[in-house]
Design a protein around this ligand. Structure first.
Ligand code: NAD
Length: 367
């Protein structure tokens, strides 16, 4: 009994150390016996506005993995919202469970009630393992939900908006490296041609890019080859290709100490979250190799901008217009990174932190 108590104390103190280190505001553990719901909501920072971030449902191996994920993801949302000029803070939720078997109307509505209890400090949306249908159930219990279907006044699938932002971020990088932002004739390899990647291929094909595609899904590859004349490359040969731009649009961590030395490109710009396996190491490796990196959390922010727009009455034109700012913000970050000789992701972090601090200061002066 004593040992157990000591272990619990230790775990609590480790968790609080972590919360203090990165200055998290609030963590909510939610459990409901009748539906079997186990969820964690992490609110990292609400200086700029309510914390908005999707609810991820995943069959985590253990609770520690779920806690680590929700802490990492919620902090990332703070930076993504801040750099995108949104009046939002950073938060995220995870549900520990199997999205294929554990969901029910009652389960999602119970989760919705936990969101409601936070009185708008947290706004939820879709993420891996949750769908617009789940958002409809959550909406029955709370208004603090975004990412609803179009028929309910929502923005629907955010992927085309995300792809548009990635395309503009990519063009800003091209302008820096080649002096013009035209993609005509540029050799671009898109890894992952799902919802975002396929829309991106459509945009870059219109500009006359020479497109290569790689994916685990042969049907998706065949469609890209047929519709956009893309060359199919096998996954193990991705980094053997001679390309101008590598665009990771599938999984994270494909930019790492193994892939970077093999890369034959001048730009990395894609949609995937957490592209750098280890931010500090890989950000520096790219810098040393002279490869320009369009920070993922900036250039893939179109999806967040889309759900943010929904909070004020959805309008696709407004979402697209706001997404267009990704071009100039990418330019601003590149300039800062060059002047200070730092990796672009560090420049982006600095600009985000500066915005949070300065808005925090004016808010404090109002009180
Ligand atoms: P998706 O599931 O529709 O597409 C992912 C594609 O990657 C699929 O075609 C899949 O077959 C392929 N894939 C899976 N494993 C692979 C592997 N090992 N190697 C190569 N290809 C693989 O997802 P999506 O919505 O297009 O999102 C793509 C990425 O962008 C994800 O990392 C996601 O987190 C990120 N993102 C998406 C949005 C959005 O609006 N959908 C917004 C921001 C960030």
């Amino acid at each position: 009994m004593t040992v157990l108590k000591e272990m619990q104390m230790e775990t609590t103190s480790v968790l609080f150390d972590k919360l203090t280190e990165y200055d998290y505001e609030q963590i909510v553990f939610c459990q409901d016996k009748s539906t079997g719901l186990k969820a964690i909501i992490a609110i990292h920072n609400t200086t700029l506005g309510p914390g908005l971030g999707g609810t991820r449902m995943y069959h985590y191996k253990n609770e520690q993995d779920a806690i680590t994920d929700v802490l990492r993801l919620s902090r990332g949302m703070t930076y993504k919202a801040a750099i995108s000029g949104l009046n939002l803070g950073g938060a995220k939720a995870v549900i520990i469970g199997d999205p294929r078997t554990d969901k029910s109307e009652a389960y999602m509505r119970r989760f919705g009630r936990f969101v409601e209890n936070l009185n708008g400090k947290y706004i939820t949306a879709e993420d891996v393992g949750t769908t617009t249908k789940d958002m409809e159930y959550i909406k029955m219990e709370t208004d603090h939900v975004s990412g609803l279907p179009e028929i309910m006044g929502g923005g629907g699938d955010p992927s085309p908006v995300t792809a548009y932002g990635v395309y503009l971020g990519m063009k800003a990088c091209v302008k820096e490296v080649y002096g013009t932002d035209s993609l005509n004739g540029k050799k671009i390899l898109v890894e992952g041609v799902g919802k975002v990647g396929s829309h991106l291929v459509e945009l870059i094909a219109k500009e006359g890019a020479k497109i290569m595609v790689a994916d685990v899904n042969d049907d998706a590859l065949a469609r890209m080859a047929k519709e956009h004349n893309a060359t199919v490359v096998s996954l193990q040969d991705v980094f053997d290709q001679d390309m101008d731009i590598y665009s990771p649009c599938a999984l994270g961590a494909t930019v790492n100490n193994d892939s970077i030395p093999q890369m034959k490109c001048s730009i990395v710009a894609g949609a995937a979250n957490n592209q750098l396996a280890r931010e500090e190491r890989d950000g520096n490796l790219l810098l040393e190799k002279g490869i320009l990196y369009g920070p993922d959390f900036l250039i893939n922010a179109g999806g967040l901008i889309n759900v943010y727009t929904e909070l004020h009455g959805y309008n696709r034109d407004i979402a697209m217009a706001h997404t267009e700012t990704i071009y100039t913000v990418t330019q601003e970050i590149i300039k800062k990174a060059k002047t200070e000789q730092i990796p672009t992701y560090v420049a982006a972090n600095k600009i985000a932190e500066h915005r949070i601090r300065s808005i925090g200061n004016i808010s404090a002066n109002y009180k």
